[in-house]
Design a protein around this ligand. Sequence first.
Ligand code: NI
Length: 144
Amino acid sequence: MRIELTRRYSFAASHRLAQPQLSEEDNRRLYGKCANPYGHGHNYVLEVTVTGPLDPATGMVANLADLDRFVHREVLAALDHVYLNEQVEAFHPACGGQVPTTENLCIEIFRRLEPFLSARLCRVRLEETGRNSFEYAGESSRRP
Ligand code: NI
């Protein structure tokens, strides 16, 4: 028997959408007000879904305390209340980082959570605002 577990978390972070090789004007044209040089913040809502066989001894797919500890250590400790562009290597232009769109943030969170051992990571869903969210489930070839 396979069952999915989804757990919800939240964190706040700021970012700026801009390509370092583009001019201010071009970034403004591409990303609109999200290219504001001083950045802006979001209260992100993160949903983490894991799956696996039900443990007959506990009746659980994974222990929530284990999942919470892992998500806090790998994601929230690194991303909560930070400026993503400068405080997270994956988004730092000097490190060849990606633009911290919520799409890229979703993928980065998936990458950080993939090593979770107690259950298999299914997908990550990230809400940027009440009106838009993104989901990433890894590369399709790796799905069962
Ligand atoms: Ni934004």
